[in-house]
Design a protein around this ligand. Structure first.
Ligand SMILES: *[C@@H]1O[C@H](CO)[C@@H](O)[C@H](O)[C@H]1NC(C)=O
Ligand SMILES: *[C@@H]1O[C@H](CO)[C@@H](O)[C@H](O)[C@H]1NC(C)=O
Length: 313
């Protein structure tokens, strides 16, 4: 959820305000509405009721931060609760209103999640693509749920061949969603990737490969927000790059976001300006498209998150 003290100390000294290449033109209306809707699908995976939900149940956000999803006609295909070693939580659901099959991954909420966030070394991903390497912990987060998730997406696509597949997630969930998308496409299913505040997850061969899957196998929308520090991790120096292009929300903090507040950014070696205080960083990381993205996860009565160590993405 929040990039708290431990994350900041792990990455101390890495905050860097480097070149952010922005294209002056506004993003397309289609890209904007896709990002606006799917941000709410990403928020929905923070609600335990959705990840724990049974087939056929509607997706709903108890804290009211996914109105476009709440009002759509939705049905869970499979909920994947937090039973794995990596504690990955996600769901696959149908959106009959927008004709989508959505696979949404929750971000960090537990110590087990934190452990996979911290395992930033690169692992061999040659099973995905030649020469590919990527974020070991987040890849583990994907492999723990890969078979059930892929099976649910394949069966949903068979039942609803005219629906598009969208894979999403915020933070850790965005990192897992990135791997999931590349692999779903490798299975012959076109899928759109829409991530929010995701870290870098792969080397040059991996990002090149995933970028080359578009447009034939779907579109990549990697969304970042002002002073969010997470997209700067793991570092460029350690061989990680980002998928390009991406979409940068310029509206500060919790401010509302409209079509002119999202910029189109080109570059795999993009670095973002990071907040100079942990409050600035946390507010930027936890608010996307003018909505709090992770608040559906239950908090302790004092407002703290329900595990003591904290940290991670
Ligand atoms: C969701 O499922 C997990 C794992 O079975 C369980 O620990 C948790 O209490 C459930 N949460 C809710 C809100 O049902
Ligand atoms: C990735 O693509 C860039 C741009 O086309 C190219 O210069 C680079 O050699 C490629 N790298 C790998 C490892 O494929």
């Amino acid at each position: 959820m929040t990039p708290t003290t431990i994350l900041l100390s792990i990455f101390a000294g890495l905050a860097y305000a480097g070149p952010l290449l922005r294209r002056a033109t506004a993003i397309s209306a289609q890209a904007y509405s896709e990002i606006e809707l799917v941000e709410q699908w990403a928020a929905a995976s923070y609600c335990p009721a959705n990840d724990n939900g049974t087939a056929g149940a509607e997706i709903t956000c108890s804290v009211g931060n996914c109105p476009l999803v709440d009002t759509a006609n939705t049905a869970i295909v499979i909920g994947v609760p937090t039973t794995t070693q990596a504690d990955t939580a996600c769901f696959v659901a149908l959106d009959h209103t927008n004709k989508k099959i959505v696979n949404s991954y929750r971000g960090t909420e537990s110590f087990r999640n934190y452990l996979i966030d911290a395992d930033l070394s690169m692992t061999d991903l040659s099973a995905i693509c030649t020469g590919c390497r990527g974020f070991k912990g987040m890849y583990r987060g994907w492999t723990d749920v890969a078979s059930v998730t892929l099976a649910a997406i394949k069966s949903a696509k068979q039942s609803y061949p005219d629906y598009t597949v969208t894979v999403t997630g915020h933070s850790l969930g965005g990192g897992i969603a990135t791997f999931a998308t590349t692999i779903i496409r490798n299975a012959g299913i076109a899928a759109d990737m829409v991530t929010f505040g995701a870290p870098r997850v792969g080397n040059e061969a991996y990002v090149n490969y995933t970028m080359a899957q578009t447009p034939a196998l779907g579109t990549n929308y990697r969304v970042t927000h002002t002073l969010d520090p997470v997209p700067n991790e793991p570092s460029l120096n350690s061989g990680y790059l980002h998928i390009s292009p991406s979409y940068f929300i310029t509206a500060v903090g919790t401010a509302a976001v409209g079509p002119t507040d999202v910029e189109y950014v080109v570059g795999t070696d993009v670095e973002y300006e990071s907040g100079s205080t942990s409050t600035e960083q946390t507010v930027a990381h936890d608010n996307y498209m003018g909505l709090p993205i992770s608040t559906c996860y239950p908090v302790n009565p004092d407002g703290s998150i329900p595990y003591s160590v904290g940290g991670g993405f």
